[in-house]
Design a protein around this ligand. Structure first.
Ligand code: SF4
Length: 344
């Protein structure tokens, strides 16, 4: 349905649950605008209108980074950051000018971009109509848990997130449940933030120690004397465990059981993706046809990620997969486009 193209690799942050900065590095490396545009034009010739700019972080230099370098009098660093920023703007100008006007882009970005109106304006002109934003937690303590305190929390978080759609960039917000500071009320607070922040889509995942992350290293150390095996596989190699019997939560939580976290997470998905909520959010698109398409895509998204990812009941998982396949057919048609062999 969608094509994907990478324009920058590496992320300067160091979130504890994320492997990107450890595998791809913290120094952003940017592809030339020429190379990216050529690839996009080729994709449009083949019939792809919708493209994911599959970057680790589309906004690798924040205004705070620039201010800090300037305050430190670090001219070399300041010049490096300004050069990266200029290349981002060049790419966005080229997306607007040199790609077929019917192309639409989606990317992944840090929330700091909300503070940068000039950047958001350029994204809008470049037809970057959506972005995944890693929100993860809604409380200051939750953000500390995962080394992500550059994000906002509370009402400031709601206000920041609203700035994206104000510039025509719809947000897919990503949240994590099961952080050590989470409490039963965190689920309701998170849902409230997700609903008030004008997010178009949201995903609510449970904390998982992925190999290559700081969280994994820490967790693996605590497990060194634990001989638990599931389907004959040590639990510290959880990705090899067959999905039907794979646990959903790995680190014991200080106040909630794994089952409580799972159930509360499922409830948040259910409420965020109720028909009524989706229809209310569908105002982010204009025509009735687009709103119906939004509804269909929202339901597909929910089936693909919530029911199959969180459910422990294998009958429910099978049913969800069947539904997701069925709904994916009309969704494919929504995203298909005629090849344009003459496209420059
Ligand atoms: S979660 Fe996002 S911001 Fe954090 S290190 Fe990974 S890519 Fe960077």
């Amino acid at each position: 349905m969608w094509a994907s193209v990478q324009t920058v690799r590496g992320c300067p942050k160091h979130c504890s649950f994320c492997s990107v900065w450890r595998t791809d590095g913290q120094r952003p490396r940017i592809r030339s605008a020429d190379a990216v545009v050529q690839e996009l034009q080729h994709l449009r010739r083949l019939g792809f209108r919708f493209v994911l700019l599959a970057d680790d972080n589309f906004y690798p230099v924040s205004l705070t980074d620039l201010e800090l370098a300037s305050r430190q009098g670090n001219t070399q660093r300041s010049d490096e950051l300004k050069a990266i920023r200029a290349e981002r703007f060049e790419l966005m100008e080229r997306l607007a000018e040199d790609c077929s006007p019917d192309m639409v882009f989606f990317t992944q970005i840090t929330m700091e971009a909300a503070e940068d109106h000039v950047f958001l304006e350029a994204m809008s002109k470049a037809k970057i109509k959506g972005a995944l934003v890693g929100i993860e937690a809604v409380t200051p303590q939750g953000l500390k848990d995962i080394y992500k305190d550059f994000n906002a929390a509370g009402e400031e978080l709601v206000n920041r997130l609203r700035r994206f759609p104000e510039h025509g960039v719809q947000v897919l917000g990503s949240f994590i449940f099961g952080l050590p500071s989470d409490r039963p009320e965190t689920f309701e607070t998170t849902l409230s933030v997700a609903q008030r922040a004008h997010l178009a889509f949201a995903q609510f995942v449970m904390l998982m120690p992925f190999p290559g992350t700081v969280d994994f290293e820490r967790w693996e150390k605590t497990m060194q004397h634990d001989e638990t095996r599931i389907a004959g596989i040590p639990v510290t190699r959880h990705w090899l465990i067959p999905s039907g019997v794979r646990p959903k939560i790995y680190s014991p939580h200080p106040v909630m059981s794994a089952e409580e976290i799972r159930q509360r997470t499922q409830k948040v998905w259910d409420e965020f993706y109720s028909l009524k909520s989706i229809w209310r959010r569908s105002h982010c698109v204009k025509s009735i046809k687009s709103r119906l398409a939004f509804l269909l895509i929202s339901k597909l998204y929910r089936q693909m990620y919530a029911n199959t990812g969180i459910a422990i009941d294998s009958a429910r998982v099978t049913r969800s997969v069947r539904w997701a396949r069925w709904m994916a057919k009309p969704c494919r048609m929504l995203f298909s486009a005629r090849p344009m062999p003459q496209c420059r």
